[in-house]
Every structure is written in structure tokens, then in C-alpha cells.
Design a protein around this ligand. Structure first.
Ligand code: GTP
Length: 241
């Protein structure tokens, strides 16, 4: 059997991914199906760390656009990621995986504090680690948390799970002629504002040479396909994989 191309990965799950078609809250069936895909990958011996977003519950940027203090709105977003992390932990445990939720904001009654060396140890022991509360700082997105944690734990790739099958030159939902990129350099993402991730996250990936694969999570088996090096989605890196 072909082995996966990567040994240690960070999977970035947006909050919206957990909401299913409703767009809000947590859809239990979606959660089960995502968990199933993760089980498949762990069974191949891949070390998986997950950074989960919170946009299905609360978006800091949206709150601040409506007049709320930005830092407060961002902290609310971080709390939303904690809810998602616990839901994900539950779904993954029900499928037999060993999970450790690590939070960037201390709340020791419900999750372990984030300690880098401990996170690495959990991964080495075959546990899935879920990173909650982003970086623990306002003004930083959970995409940036994914980039930061990837650098810290020396992940080989960030799997950016989306509801679309890659990066396009314009919105494929609005423009039927939108062109999908199979490969992009970090600098293209930054210069063209392609919306893969925000610029803080993209530059962190560029500076630390962490490749990103953007792919459609909604297609069953895609996490494994991305890890096997199948040509799905868009690969962002220094050189074509
Ligand atoms: P090793 O013993 O190093 O293999 O790791 P372990 O995670 O199994 O050991 P530990 O005794 O640290 O943890 C046992 C359980 O307690 C795990 O489910 C942890 O997630 C949980 N745990 C550990 N530290 C904390 C904490 O600060 N807060 C919370 N809520 N749970 C914790």
C-alpha cells in the first residue's frame, strides 16, 4: 500500500465546515463525517493536529464591524473555537481515537493548556491534538494559529479544508469562468489577495516554508487524498510538489 506523503500535519477546519448546510452552529452528521475522514488518516500512521475556527458561532471581525471593541469580539471568537474543539473531541472519541484538546487561553477545567513540547509528545503517542482558542491573541485569525502551530510542532503541511475545491482567480460561485489554480507561490497569494488565508498567516507560512493544500472537505476521503499527494485542490508552496 502506498504510504502517505506527510508524517505530521496540521488540519485547519473552519468553523463553517462544522455547520454543514445550515451555515450556523454544529451539525452532528457533518461532524461524524469529518471525524470519519480523520480516522482514515490516523489509521495510516499520520500524526494529526487540528486547528479549529469558530465562525459558525461567532466572528470577531463581524462583531467589530458592528461597532464592538475588536479585542473583545475576537476573544468571543476564541471562546467559539473552544465549543467547536469540544464537539470535535467528542465526535473523534466516539470513533475510537485518543484526543487531547489544548487551549491557548487557560481554562484548565475543560482542556489542557497549550504546551508545545507536550503537544508534540501527544502526537508521537498517536493522539490527535486539537488546538483551541487560536493563538490566544486578538487580531490574529485561526489561519494564523494554524501557521504558527505548524511551525512550532514542525508539521510538514497545512491542510486547509474548505467548502470549495481550491483557490480560484475569482469567486466560482459568482463567476462561471473562474479559473482554478493547481499551484501557487506564497507571494502570489499575498500579491493577488487570493483569499486562501489572511496575509499574516500566508507570510508566516512563506517565511517558514510550510506548504498549504487547499481542498474541498465536503468530498468524502479528500483529507486522505490530499495526504497521499493526489492532485486535488490547490498547492501553495515555494516549488510545485
Ligand atoms: P502522558 O501521561 O504523558 O502519556 O499523557 P496524558 O495526557 O495521558 O496524561 P495526563 O495524566 O497529563 O492526562 C490525563 C487526562 O487528563 C487527559 O485526558 C488529558 O487531556 C487530561 N488533562 C491533562 N491536563 C489537563 C488540564 O490541565 N486540564 C484538563 N481539563 N484536562 C487535563
Amino acid at each position: 500500500m502506498q504510504s502517505p506523503r506527510y508524517k505530521r500535519v496540521v488540519l485547519k477546519l473552519s468553523g463553517e465546515a462544522l455547520a454543514g448546510s445550515s451555515g450556523y452552529g454544529i451539525d452532528p452528521r457533518t461532524l461524524v463525517s469529518i471525524a470519519g475522514q480523520i480516522v482514515e488518516v490516523v489509521a495510516r500512521g499520520v500524526e494529526v493536529a487540528i486547528v479549529v475556527g469558530g465562525g459558525n458561532i461567532w466572528r470577531g471581525v463581524a462583531g467589530s464591524a458592528q461597532g464592538m471593541d475588536r479585542a473583545t469580539a475576537d476573544y468571543m471568537g476564541m471562546l467559539a473555537t473552544e465549543i467547536n474543539a469540544l464537539a470535535l473531541q467528542d465526535a473523534l472519541e466516539k470513533q475510537g481515537l485518543e484526543i487531547r484538546v489544548m487551549t491557548a487561553i487557560e481554562m484548565k477545567e475543560i482542556a489542557e493548556p497549550y504546551i508545545r513540547r507536550r503537544a508534540i509528545r501527544h502526537l508521537e503517542k498517536g493522539r490527535v491534538v486539537i488546538f483551541a482558542a487560536g493563538t490566544g491573541n486578538p487580531y490574529f485569525s485561526t489561519d494564523t494559529a494554524a501557521a504558527l502551530r505548524s511551525a512550532e510542532i514542525e508539521a510538514e503541511v497545512i491542510l486547509m479544508a474548505k467548502k470549495v475545491d481550491g483557490v480560484y482567480d475569482s469567486d466560482p460561485l459568482k463567476n462561471p469562468d473562474a479559473k482554478k489554480f493547481s499551484y501557487l507561490q506564497y507571494i502570489d497569494v499575498l500579491n493577488q489577495g487570493l483569499g486562501v488565508m489572511d496575509s499574516t498567516a500566508a507570510s508566516l507560512c512563506m517565511d517558514n516554508k510550510i506548504p498549504i493544500i487547499v481542498f474541498n472537505l465536503m468530498e468524502d476521503g479528500n483529507i486522505l487524498r490530499a495526504l497521499m499527494g493526489d492532485n486535488i485542490g490547490t498547492y501553495v508552496g515555494e516549488v510545485r510538489q
